[in-house]
Design a protein around this ligand. Sequence first.
Ligand SMILES: O=c1ccn([C@H]2C[C@H](O)[C@@H](COP(=O)(O)OP(=O)(O)OP(=O)(O)O)O2)c(=O)[nH]1
Ligand SMILES: [Mg+2]
Length: 153
Amino acid sequence: MTRQTFQVRILDPRIGDSIAFPEYATAGSAGLDLRACLDEPLTLKPGDTQLIRTGLSIHIADPSLAAMILPRSGLGHKHGIVLGNLVGLIDSDYQGELMVSCWNRGQSDFTVDVGERLAQLVLVPVVQADFEVVESFDASVRGAGGFGSTGTL
Ligand SMILES: O=c1ccn([C@H]2C[C@H](O)[C@@H](COP(=O)(O)OP(=O)(O)OP(=O)(O)O)O2)c(=O)[nH]1
Ligand SMILES: [Mg+2]
């Protein structure tokens, strides 16, 4: 299933008006851009982190889904604007405002404009684990090898 309906609350009257409601930029987009619901532009100095409102909440409701807040590649690569938590995970039972932790990891001031697209929201499938504790596992090719065990070339 590629489209599914979710309940959303609009927490700021500017959403859908002067601040666009999130939408997929193209038919094949995986992420919905989240915009800065600020009252005035906000300057982040190098190293600063600020929690920025989106003016929206979503109730995913289905425990087999979650949402991730991911950085936008252009902002991250060109301006060093990434997420203070690296990735945001939105639980299916979260009903609060979607917040974006915005970190200026670059070397220059960056001003976030009101309504600027800051990050993107991606819905992802989730499997919740039940654990069966065992003494040993059936053998696999990798076994316990990791952290570069397969070489560098
Ligand atoms: O970038 C983010 C990350 C999280 N959240 C919200 C949704 C998520 O469901 C909730 C809790 O996030 P998380 O479990 O990652 O944070 P925590 O530090 O473990 O807090 P809690 O004890 O509330 O679970 O905060 C956001 O709005 N933005
Ligand atoms: Mg948590």
